[in-house]
Design a protein around this ligand. Structure first.
Ligand SMILES: [Zn+2]
Length: 247
């Protein structure tokens, strides 16, 4: 089954709820909608959880959101033992905002870390309590204390975070925009979504399809919990909420 879902989170990461129509149920019970603010797992950011409310007031708990055959197909995976809606039915959608907002803060923090550590990224995973970014970096001659101070300077700078679309040609003429070593931005769509930080993107810009806060100040207090050695050429930086614990 192929379907294109209007991905509302792409234009407004702060949209928490709204109505949508069921356009399909896949053979595994996944729910497809005409539009959604539920982010689907991609680029190291986990998909949203939340609930759908039917016209009779009953609810369907959504345990995960994933992409289907293409990134334009968004599949809402119900929790166990949920009653499935009918195709054509209108549902009221609500994401678990508390969780999503933490993921937005963490995801934005990963961008800030890549500004401070301008090395090729070999992997990243955003989570509610602890996120990690792996860098191709044989020798980490930085300390978690130094990196934390520089991260908090960017947070406290209250820099705007916004998106803009560029053409593939524009991306090709600026290869430095791509920081990920293994993940290439999706091709073929003709345009690439850039996530920019700072006025005129002075702090950073890089291709990304995830959800971010609107200003670095919203990231709040964060610190580097650990810098780990992952093989000869990789260093894993762990970002956590709160201030750096006294050691
Ligand atoms: Zn991002």
């Amino acid at each position: 089954m192929m379907a294109q879902t209007e991905a509302l989170f792409r234009d407004d990461a702060y949209l928490r709820d709204g109505a949508a129509r069921v356009v399909g149920i896949n053979d595994r019970g996944g729910i497809l909608l005409d539009r959604t603010m539920f982010y689907a797992t991609s680029g190291g950011q986990p998909g949203d959880t939340g609930r759908f409310t039917r016209e009779d007031g009953s609810t369907i708990a959504i345990a995960a959101t994933v992409t289907g055959e293409t990134k334009d197909e968004i599949i809402h995976v119900p929790a166990a033992e949920q009653v499935l809606p009918e195709v054509g039915e209108t549902l009221q959608l609500a994401i678990d905002w508390e969780r999503r907002f933490k993921l937005m803060r963490m995801h934005t923090a990963c961008h800030l870390l890549s500004v401070i550590c301008p090395f090729p990224i070999t992997g990243a995973s955003v989570n509610e309590a602890d996120s990690r970014v792996d860098f191709d970096l044989p020798d980490a001659n930085v300390t978690k204390e130094d990196v934390t101070i520089r991260l908090m300077e960017l947070v406290n700078g209250d820099h705007p975070v916004f998106t803009r679309w560029i053409s593939e040609e524009e991306l090709e003429s600026n290869p430095g925009l791509v920081k990920s070593k293994n993940v290439r931005p999706p091709r073929g769509a003709g345009r690439i979504r850039l996530v920019c930080i700072g006025e005129e993107a002075v702090v950073d810009s890089q291709p990304c399809g995830g959800t971010h806060v609107a200003s670095t100040a919203e990231v709040g207090e964060i610190h580097i919990g650990k810098i780990e050695k992952k093989g000869r050429e990789n260093r894993r930086f762990r970002i956590r909420f709160g201030s750096l614990p006294a050691s």
